[in-house]
Design a protein around this ligand. Structure first.
Ligand SMILES: Cc1cc2nc3c(=O)[nH]c(=O)nc-3n(C[C@H](O)[C@H](O)[C@H](O)COP(=O)(O)OP(=O)(O)OC[C@H]3O[C@@H](n4cnc5c(N)ncnc54)[C@H](O)[C@@H]3O)c2cc1C
Length: 410
Protein backbone atom coordinates (compact mmCIF):
# COMPACT_ATOMS: atom_id res chain seq x y z
CA UNK A 1 0.00 0.00 0.00
CA UNK A 2 0.99 3.66 0.15
CA UNK A 3 4.22 3.47 2.13
CA UNK A 4 4.72 7.22 1.89
CA UNK A 5 1.48 8.08 3.66
CA UNK A 6 1.23 9.23 7.28
CA UNK A 7 -1.81 8.49 9.42
CA UNK A 8 -1.87 10.34 12.73
CA UNK A 9 -4.05 9.16 15.60
CA UNK A 10 -4.57 11.63 18.44
CA UNK A 11 -5.58 9.95 21.68
CA UNK A 12 -4.00 6.81 23.10
CA UNK A 13 -7.08 5.21 24.65
CA UNK A 14 -8.98 2.14 23.50
CA UNK A 15 -10.29 3.75 20.30
CA UNK A 16 -6.87 5.07 19.24
CA UNK A 17 -5.01 1.86 20.09
CA UNK A 18 -7.48 -0.38 18.29
CA UNK A 19 -7.47 1.93 15.27
CA UNK A 20 -3.67 1.66 15.03
CA UNK A 21 -3.87 -2.13 15.34
CA UNK A 22 -6.53 -2.29 12.62
CA UNK A 23 -4.53 -0.15 10.20
CA UNK A 24 -1.67 -2.64 10.40
CA UNK A 25 -3.97 -5.68 10.31
CA UNK A 26 -5.56 -4.29 7.15
CA UNK A 27 -2.14 -4.05 5.53
CA UNK A 28 -1.44 -0.33 5.77
CA UNK A 29 2.34 -0.04 5.53
CA UNK A 30 2.66 3.72 5.77
CA UNK A 31 3.65 5.66 8.86
CA UNK A 32 1.36 5.51 11.91
CA UNK A 33 1.87 8.00 14.73
CA UNK A 34 -0.19 7.44 17.87
CA UNK A 35 -0.07 10.53 20.07
CA UNK A 36 -1.20 10.00 23.66
CA UNK A 37 -1.20 12.62 26.41
CA UNK A 38 -0.86 10.05 29.19
CA UNK A 39 2.57 8.76 30.25
CA UNK A 40 1.66 5.10 29.72
CA UNK A 41 0.68 3.06 26.69
CA UNK A 42 -3.05 2.61 25.94
CA UNK A 43 -5.04 0.76 28.59
CA UNK A 44 -8.63 -0.18 29.35
CA UNK A 45 -10.56 1.92 31.83
CA UNK A 46 -13.33 -0.46 33.06
CA UNK A 47 -11.09 -2.21 35.65
CA UNK A 48 -10.17 1.17 37.17
CA UNK A 49 -13.41 1.33 39.16
CA UNK A 50 -13.64 -2.43 39.72
CA UNK A 51 -11.00 -5.14 40.25
CA UNK A 52 -8.00 -2.86 39.63
CA UNK A 53 -9.30 -0.30 42.12
CA UNK A 54 -9.76 -3.05 44.69
CA UNK A 55 -6.18 -4.21 44.16
CA UNK A 56 -7.26 -7.55 42.71
CA UNK A 57 -5.72 -7.09 39.25
CA UNK A 58 -2.15 -6.23 38.47
CA UNK A 59 -1.31 -3.25 36.29
CA UNK A 60 0.05 -5.31 33.36
CA UNK A 61 -3.44 -6.75 32.85
CA UNK A 62 -5.12 -3.44 32.00
CA UNK A 63 -3.09 -2.58 28.91
CA UNK A 64 -4.63 -2.97 25.45
CA UNK A 65 -1.40 -4.44 24.02
CA UNK A 66 1.82 -6.01 25.28
CA UNK A 67 4.66 -3.56 25.92
CA UNK A 68 6.54 -4.48 22.73
CA UNK A 69 3.51 -4.38 20.43
CA UNK A 70 3.87 -0.84 19.11
CA UNK A 71 7.54 -1.13 18.18
CA UNK A 72 6.98 -4.59 16.66
CA UNK A 73 4.22 -3.20 14.44
CA UNK A 74 6.12 -0.06 13.57
CA UNK A 75 3.58 2.14 15.32
CA UNK A 76 5.24 5.33 16.46
CA UNK A 77 3.67 5.66 19.93
CA UNK A 78 4.26 9.02 21.58
CA UNK A 79 3.25 8.85 25.24
CA UNK A 80 3.23 12.04 27.34
CA UNK A 81 2.66 14.01 24.14
CA UNK A 82 -0.44 16.05 23.39
CA UNK A 83 -1.57 17.43 20.07
CA UNK A 84 -1.96 21.19 20.60
CA UNK A 85 -3.63 22.07 17.30
CA UNK A 86 -4.08 20.97 13.72
CA UNK A 87 -4.83 22.63 10.42
CA UNK A 88 -7.21 20.98 8.01
CA UNK A 89 -5.87 23.06 5.09
CA UNK A 90 -2.16 22.27 5.38
CA UNK A 91 -2.99 18.92 7.00
CA UNK A 92 -0.56 19.43 9.85
CA UNK A 93 -0.78 18.49 13.51
CA UNK A 94 1.36 20.43 15.98
CA UNK A 95 2.42 18.63 19.15
CA UNK A 96 3.03 20.26 22.53
CA UNK A 97 6.82 20.03 22.04
CA UNK A 98 6.51 22.01 18.80
CA UNK A 99 6.95 19.09 16.42
CA UNK A 100 4.78 19.31 13.31
CA UNK A 101 3.42 16.15 11.68
CA UNK A 102 1.94 16.22 8.23
CA UNK A 103 -0.99 13.83 7.91
CA UNK A 104 -2.81 12.14 5.06
CA UNK A 105 -5.49 10.91 7.45
CA UNK A 106 -6.12 12.03 10.99
CA UNK A 107 -8.15 10.24 13.66
CA UNK A 108 -9.38 12.12 16.71
CA UNK A 109 -9.77 9.64 19.56
CA UNK A 110 -9.38 12.13 22.38
CA UNK A 111 -12.06 10.56 24.58
CA UNK A 112 -13.70 12.36 27.43
CA UNK A 113 -12.86 13.76 30.84
CA UNK A 114 -14.73 13.97 34.13
CA UNK A 115 -17.06 16.89 34.66
CA UNK A 116 -15.88 18.89 37.66
CA UNK A 117 -18.15 19.99 40.46
CA UNK A 118 -17.82 23.79 40.71
CA UNK A 119 -18.64 24.18 44.39
CA UNK A 120 -16.78 25.62 47.40
CA UNK A 121 -14.11 23.23 48.66
CA UNK A 122 -13.83 21.48 45.30
CA UNK A 123 -10.04 21.83 45.36
CA UNK A 124 -9.52 20.32 48.84
CA UNK A 125 -7.27 17.30 49.21
CA UNK A 126 -9.22 14.09 49.43
CA UNK A 127 -11.66 15.04 46.66
CA UNK A 128 -11.09 12.51 43.87
CA UNK A 129 -12.16 12.14 40.26
CA UNK A 130 -11.63 8.89 38.37
CA UNK A 131 -10.62 8.65 34.73
CA UNK A 132 -6.99 7.55 34.44
CA UNK A 133 -4.96 4.69 35.81
CA UNK A 134 -3.04 7.28 37.84
CA UNK A 135 -6.36 8.45 39.37
CA UNK A 136 -7.21 4.83 40.20
CA UNK A 137 -3.78 4.27 41.79
CA UNK A 138 -4.19 7.35 43.98
CA UNK A 139 -7.70 6.38 45.00
CA UNK A 140 -6.72 2.79 45.73
CA UNK A 141 -3.92 3.96 48.04
CA UNK A 142 -6.46 6.11 49.86
CA UNK A 143 -8.97 3.25 50.09
CA UNK A 144 -6.20 1.14 51.66
CA UNK A 145 -6.31 3.51 54.65
CA UNK A 146 -10.08 2.95 55.17
CA UNK A 147 -12.49 5.49 56.66
CA UNK A 148 -15.67 7.03 55.35
CA UNK A 149 -16.25 7.84 51.73
CA UNK A 150 -18.89 10.09 50.22
CA UNK A 151 -19.60 9.36 46.56
CA UNK A 152 -21.19 12.26 44.72
CA UNK A 153 -23.30 10.97 41.83
CA UNK A 154 -24.89 7.54 41.40
CA UNK A 155 -24.11 7.03 37.72
CA UNK A 156 -22.06 4.04 36.58
CA UNK A 157 -18.69 5.26 37.88
CA UNK A 158 -20.08 6.46 41.21
CA UNK A 159 -22.03 3.24 41.70
CA UNK A 160 -19.04 1.05 40.89
CA UNK A 161 -16.72 3.02 43.14
CA UNK A 162 -19.27 2.79 45.95
CA UNK A 163 -19.41 -1.00 45.49
CA UNK A 164 -15.62 -1.39 45.35
CA UNK A 165 -15.12 0.80 48.43
CA UNK A 166 -17.73 -1.20 50.39
CA UNK A 167 -15.97 -4.38 49.33
CA UNK A 168 -12.77 -2.84 50.72
CA UNK A 169 -14.58 -2.22 54.01
CA UNK A 170 -15.08 1.55 53.94
CA UNK A 171 -18.22 3.27 55.18
CA UNK A 172 -19.89 4.63 52.06
CA UNK A 173 -22.58 7.26 51.53
CA UNK A 174 -23.84 8.04 48.04
CA UNK A 175 -25.41 11.45 47.40
CA UNK A 176 -27.51 11.70 44.25
CA UNK A 177 -30.02 14.37 43.20
CA UNK A 178 -32.24 11.94 41.28
CA UNK A 179 -34.68 9.65 43.10
CA UNK A 180 -32.76 6.43 42.34
CA UNK A 181 -29.27 5.55 41.03
CA UNK A 182 -28.82 5.50 37.25
CA UNK A 183 -32.28 6.99 36.80
CA UNK A 184 -31.56 8.75 33.53
CA UNK A 185 -30.60 5.51 31.76
CA UNK A 186 -32.64 2.90 33.61
CA UNK A 187 -35.69 4.84 34.83
CA UNK A 188 -37.17 4.71 38.34
CA UNK A 189 -38.22 1.05 38.38
CA UNK A 190 -34.90 -0.58 37.46
CA UNK A 191 -32.87 2.18 39.11
CA UNK A 192 -34.59 1.13 42.35
CA UNK A 193 -33.09 -2.36 41.96
CA UNK A 194 -29.63 -0.80 42.09
CA UNK A 195 -30.65 1.37 45.04
CA UNK A 196 -31.63 -1.76 46.95
CA UNK A 197 -28.48 -3.65 45.96
CA UNK A 198 -26.34 -0.89 47.44
CA UNK A 199 -28.52 -0.53 50.53
CA UNK A 200 -28.26 -4.32 51.08
CA UNK A 201 -24.49 -3.97 51.07
CA UNK A 202 -24.62 -1.27 53.73
CA UNK A 203 -24.25 1.81 51.55
CA UNK A 204 -26.18 4.80 52.82
CA UNK A 205 -28.13 6.15 49.84
CA UNK A 206 -29.00 9.84 50.10
CA UNK A 207 -31.27 10.24 47.10
CA UNK A 208 -32.93 13.44 45.97
CA UNK A 209 -30.07 15.46 47.53
CA UNK A 210 -27.46 17.62 45.89
CA UNK A 211 -24.06 18.62 47.20
CA UNK A 212 -23.46 22.27 48.05
CA UNK A 213 -19.93 22.38 49.46
CA UNK A 214 -16.97 20.38 50.65
CA UNK A 215 -15.55 21.62 53.94
CA UNK A 216 -12.34 21.02 55.84
CA UNK A 217 -8.92 22.42 56.62
CA UNK A 218 -6.50 21.40 53.89
CA UNK A 219 -8.32 18.10 53.26
CA UNK A 220 -12.02 17.40 52.99
CA UNK A 221 -13.70 16.58 56.31
CA UNK A 222 -17.38 17.16 55.56
CA UNK A 223 -19.86 17.33 52.71
CA UNK A 224 -22.72 19.79 52.97
CA UNK A 225 -25.89 18.91 51.06
CA UNK A 226 -28.51 21.28 49.68
CA UNK A 227 -31.11 19.92 52.07
CA UNK A 228 -29.14 21.00 55.10
CA UNK A 229 -27.26 17.82 56.00
CA UNK A 230 -23.63 17.61 56.95
CA UNK A 231 -21.82 14.34 56.24
CA UNK A 232 -18.50 13.72 57.97
CA UNK A 233 -16.03 11.94 55.72
CA UNK A 234 -12.38 11.17 55.04
CA UNK A 235 -12.59 11.30 51.29
CA UNK A 236 -14.96 12.11 48.44
CA UNK A 237 -15.24 10.67 44.94
CA UNK A 238 -17.11 12.81 42.43
CA UNK A 239 -18.69 10.91 39.53
CA UNK A 240 -21.07 13.28 37.80
CA UNK A 241 -20.43 12.31 34.21
CA UNK A 242 -17.93 13.21 31.54
CA UNK A 243 -17.60 15.78 28.80
CA UNK A 244 -16.07 14.92 25.45
CA UNK A 245 -12.53 16.23 24.84
CA UNK A 246 -13.37 18.10 21.67
CA UNK A 247 -11.47 21.38 22.08
CA UNK A 248 -8.77 20.27 19.64
CA UNK A 249 -11.33 19.53 16.92
CA UNK A 250 -13.34 22.66 17.65
CA UNK A 251 -10.26 24.87 17.40
CA UNK A 252 -9.55 23.37 13.99
CA UNK A 253 -13.05 24.34 12.91
CA UNK A 254 -14.66 20.89 12.89
CA UNK A 255 -18.44 20.75 13.23
CA UNK A 256 -19.23 19.91 16.84
CA UNK A 257 -22.26 19.55 19.06
CA UNK A 258 -22.63 16.93 21.78
CA UNK A 259 -19.31 15.65 20.44
CA UNK A 260 -17.28 15.97 17.28
CA UNK A 261 -19.89 15.39 14.59
CA UNK A 262 -19.21 12.52 12.24
CA UNK A 263 -21.22 10.93 9.46
CA UNK A 264 -21.97 7.21 9.22
CA UNK A 265 -18.46 6.60 7.86
CA UNK A 266 -17.06 8.34 10.97
CA UNK A 267 -15.56 11.18 8.95
CA UNK A 268 -15.77 14.66 10.47
CA UNK A 269 -16.69 17.81 8.57
CA UNK A 270 -13.05 18.04 7.36
CA UNK A 271 -11.68 15.95 4.51
CA UNK A 272 -9.44 13.13 5.76
CA UNK A 273 -10.23 13.72 9.44
CA UNK A 274 -12.15 11.04 11.34
CA UNK A 275 -13.31 10.69 14.95
CA UNK A 276 -14.16 7.66 17.10
CA UNK A 277 -14.86 6.67 20.69
CA UNK A 278 -16.18 8.85 23.50
CA UNK A 279 -15.45 12.07 21.59
CA UNK A 280 -17.47 11.23 18.48
CA UNK A 281 -21.15 12.01 17.95
CA UNK A 282 -21.86 9.67 15.07
CA UNK A 283 -24.82 9.65 12.76
CA UNK A 284 -26.30 6.22 13.39
CA UNK A 285 -27.94 4.61 10.36
CA UNK A 286 -30.23 2.40 12.46
CA UNK A 287 -31.45 5.00 14.95
CA UNK A 288 -31.44 7.81 12.39
CA UNK A 289 -29.82 10.34 14.71
CA UNK A 290 -26.46 11.36 16.06
CA UNK A 291 -25.37 9.34 19.05
CA UNK A 292 -22.35 9.80 21.29
CA UNK A 293 -21.66 6.61 23.23
CA UNK A 294 -19.41 6.75 26.29
CA UNK A 295 -18.71 3.07 26.58
CA UNK A 296 -15.89 0.61 26.20
CA UNK A 297 -17.44 -1.51 23.43
CA UNK A 298 -18.04 1.56 21.32
CA UNK A 299 -14.36 2.56 21.55
CA UNK A 300 -13.38 -1.05 20.87
CA UNK A 301 -15.44 -1.26 17.68
CA UNK A 302 -15.56 2.31 16.43
CA UNK A 303 -11.76 2.83 16.45
CA UNK A 304 -11.28 -0.10 14.03
CA UNK A 305 -14.29 0.96 11.94
CA UNK A 306 -12.81 4.44 11.56
CA UNK A 307 -9.42 2.93 10.66
CA UNK A 308 -10.97 0.85 7.90
CA UNK A 309 -12.77 3.89 6.54
CA UNK A 310 -9.53 5.89 6.69
CA UNK A 311 -8.27 3.22 4.28
CA UNK A 312 -11.31 3.75 2.07
CA UNK A 313 -13.57 0.84 3.11
CA UNK A 314 -16.68 3.02 3.02
CA UNK A 315 -18.53 0.96 5.65
CA UNK A 316 -21.18 2.69 7.80
CA UNK A 317 -20.81 2.17 11.54
CA UNK A 318 -24.13 0.75 12.72
CA UNK A 319 -23.44 -1.26 15.89
CA UNK A 320 -26.16 -1.32 18.50
CA UNK A 321 -24.73 0.48 21.59
CA UNK A 322 -23.70 -1.97 24.31
CA UNK A 323 -22.17 -1.67 27.77
CA UNK A 324 -21.63 -3.62 30.94
CA UNK A 325 -21.19 -2.96 34.63
CA UNK A 326 -20.22 -5.04 37.64
CA UNK A 327 -21.21 -4.09 41.16
CA UNK A 328 -20.68 -6.57 44.03
CA UNK A 329 -21.92 -9.91 42.68
CA UNK A 330 -24.30 -8.28 40.21
CA UNK A 331 -23.17 -8.15 36.60
CA UNK A 332 -25.17 -6.67 33.79
CA UNK A 333 -25.07 -5.97 30.08
CA UNK A 334 -27.21 -3.32 28.40
CA UNK A 335 -27.82 -3.15 24.67
CA UNK A 336 -29.82 -0.60 22.73
CA UNK A 337 -30.62 3.04 22.89
CA UNK A 338 -33.60 4.36 24.82
CA UNK A 339 -34.01 8.06 25.53
CA UNK A 340 -37.68 7.69 26.41
CA UNK A 341 -39.99 4.70 26.54
CA UNK A 342 -43.58 3.96 27.41
CA UNK A 343 -43.02 0.99 29.72
CA UNK A 344 -40.50 -1.49 31.04
CA UNK A 345 -41.19 -5.22 30.67
CA UNK A 346 -39.36 -7.54 33.05
CA UNK A 347 -38.60 -11.21 32.39
CA UNK A 348 -37.71 -12.90 35.67
CA UNK A 349 -37.76 -11.46 39.15
CA UNK A 350 -35.98 -8.21 39.99
CA UNK A 351 -35.85 -9.18 43.68
CA UNK A 352 -33.75 -12.25 42.85
CA UNK A 353 -31.41 -10.03 40.83
CA UNK A 354 -31.55 -12.40 37.91
CA UNK A 355 -33.73 -10.85 35.27
CA UNK A 356 -33.89 -9.15 31.89
CA UNK A 357 -35.52 -5.73 31.57
CA UNK A 358 -36.77 -4.37 28.26
CA UNK A 359 -37.48 -0.72 27.54
CA UNK A 360 -40.40 -0.62 25.12
CA UNK A 361 -42.06 1.81 22.73
CA UNK A 362 -45.29 0.40 21.35
CA UNK A 363 -44.60 -3.23 20.46
CA UNK A 364 -40.86 -2.65 19.82
CA UNK A 365 -37.86 -3.13 22.11
CA UNK A 366 -35.61 -0.07 22.36
CA UNK A 367 -33.12 -1.54 24.82
CA UNK A 368 -32.63 -4.61 26.94
CA UNK A 369 -30.56 -5.24 30.06
CA UNK A 370 -29.66 -8.69 31.33
CA UNK A 371 -28.74 -8.81 35.00
CA UNK A 372 -26.90 -11.95 36.17
CA UNK A 373 -28.36 -13.70 33.12
CA UNK A 374 -25.82 -14.48 30.43
CA UNK A 375 -25.47 -15.32 26.75
CA UNK A 376 -28.58 -13.38 25.76
CA UNK A 377 -27.23 -10.02 24.58
CA UNK A 378 -26.85 -11.18 20.96
CA UNK A 379 -30.49 -12.24 20.85
CA UNK A 380 -31.59 -8.99 22.50
CA UNK A 381 -29.64 -7.07 19.89
CA UNK A 382 -31.32 -9.08 17.14
CA UNK A 383 -34.75 -8.27 18.57
CA UNK A 384 -33.84 -4.57 18.58
CA UNK A 385 -32.16 -4.52 15.19
CA UNK A 386 -34.91 -6.45 13.44
CA UNK A 387 -37.58 -4.31 15.09
CA UNK A 388 -39.46 -7.48 15.96
CA UNK A 389 -43.07 -6.83 17.03
CA UNK A 390 -43.31 -8.16 20.57
CA UNK A 391 -46.12 -9.31 22.75
CA UNK A 392 -45.44 -8.25 26.38
CA UNK A 393 -46.85 -11.45 27.81
CA UNK A 394 -44.49 -13.66 25.84
CA UNK A 395 -41.56 -11.33 26.38
CA UNK A 396 -42.01 -11.44 30.15
CA UNK A 397 -42.47 -15.21 30.23
CA UNK A 398 -39.12 -16.94 30.96
CA UNK A 399 -40.57 -20.16 29.53
CA UNK A 400 -40.72 -18.62 26.05
CA UNK A 401 -37.14 -18.70 24.72
CA UNK A 402 -35.94 -15.31 23.52
CA UNK A 403 -34.68 -16.97 20.35
CA UNK A 404 -38.24 -18.02 19.60
CA UNK A 405 -39.37 -14.38 19.80
CA UNK A 406 -36.55 -13.36 17.50
CA UNK A 407 -37.16 -16.21 15.08
CA UNK A 408 -40.94 -16.21 15.02
CA UNK A 409 -41.20 -12.44 14.81
CA UNK A 410 -43.98 -12.35 17.40
C1 LIG B 1 -13.29 4.24 35.74
C2 LIG B 1 -14.00 3.91 34.48
C3 LIG B 1 -14.73 2.72 34.38
C4 LIG B 1 -15.43 2.42 33.22
N1 LIG B 1 -16.14 1.27 33.16
C5 LIG B 1 -16.83 0.95 32.04
C6 LIG B 1 -17.60 -0.25 31.97
O1 LIG B 1 -17.69 -1.01 32.94
N2 LIG B 1 -18.25 -0.52 30.83
C7 LIG B 1 -18.19 0.30 29.75
O2 LIG B 1 -18.80 -0.01 28.73
N3 LIG B 1 -17.45 1.44 29.77
C8 LIG B 1 -16.78 1.79 30.89
N4 LIG B 1 -16.05 2.95 30.94
C9 LIG B 1 -16.03 3.84 29.77
C10 LIG B 1 -14.92 3.46 28.78
O3 LIG B 1 -13.74 3.22 29.46
C11 LIG B 1 -14.76 4.59 27.77
O4 LIG B 1 -15.92 4.64 26.99
C12 LIG B 1 -13.53 4.37 26.89
O5 LIG B 1 -12.38 4.51 27.66
C13 LIG B 1 -13.48 5.40 25.75
O6 LIG B 1 -12.32 5.21 25.02
P1 LIG B 1 -11.71 6.35 24.09
O7 LIG B 1 -10.48 5.74 23.49
O8 LIG B 1 -12.74 6.90 23.24
O9 LIG B 1 -11.30 7.54 25.07
P2 LIG B 1 -10.36 7.60 26.34
O10 LIG B 1 -10.31 6.27 27.02
O11 LIG B 1 -10.82 8.78 27.12
O12 LIG B 1 -8.92 7.90 25.75
C14 LIG B 1 -8.61 9.12 25.15
C15 LIG B 1 -7.15 9.39 25.35
O13 LIG B 1 -6.80 10.52 24.56
C16 LIG B 1 -5.93 11.35 25.30
N5 LIG B 1 -5.97 12.71 24.73
C17 LIG B 1 -6.97 13.63 24.86
N6 LIG B 1 -6.65 14.77 24.20
C18 LIG B 1 -5.43 14.55 23.65
C19 LIG B 1 -4.57 15.36 22.86
N7 LIG B 1 -4.89 16.60 22.47
N8 LIG B 1 -3.38 14.84 22.48
C20 LIG B 1 -3.03 13.56 22.84
N9 LIG B 1 -3.82 12.77 23.58
C21 LIG B 1 -5.01 13.26 23.98
C22 LIG B 1 -6.43 11.24 26.70
O14 LIG B 1 -5.43 11.61 27.63
C23 LIG B 1 -6.78 9.77 26.78
O15 LIG B 1 -5.67 9.01 27.19
C24 LIG B 1 -15.36 3.30 32.10
C25 LIG B 1 -14.62 4.49 32.20
C26 LIG B 1 -13.96 4.80 33.37
C27 LIG B 1 -13.18 6.08 33.47
Amino acid sequence: MAAEQTFVIVGGGMAGAKAAETLRDEGFDGRIVLVGAEPVRPYERPPLSKDYLRGETEREKVFVHEAGYYAEHDIDLRPSRAASRFDTGSREVVLDDGETLRYDRLLLATGAQPRRLPIPGGELDGVYYLRTVADSDRLRERLDRGGSLVVVGAGWIGSEVAASARQRGLDVTVVEPMSVPLERVLGPEIGAVYRDIHADHGVQMLLGSGVEAFEGGSAVERVRTNDGRTLDCDLVVVGIGVRPSMELGEQAGLAAGVGILVVVLLQTSAEGVFAAGDVAAAQHPFFGERIRVEHWANALEQGPAAARNMLGAGTPYDRIPYFFSDQYDVGMEYAGYAKSWDRVVVRGDTASREFIAFWMAGDRILAGMNVNVWDVTDTIQTLIRERVAIDDRRLSDPDVPLEELAGAGA
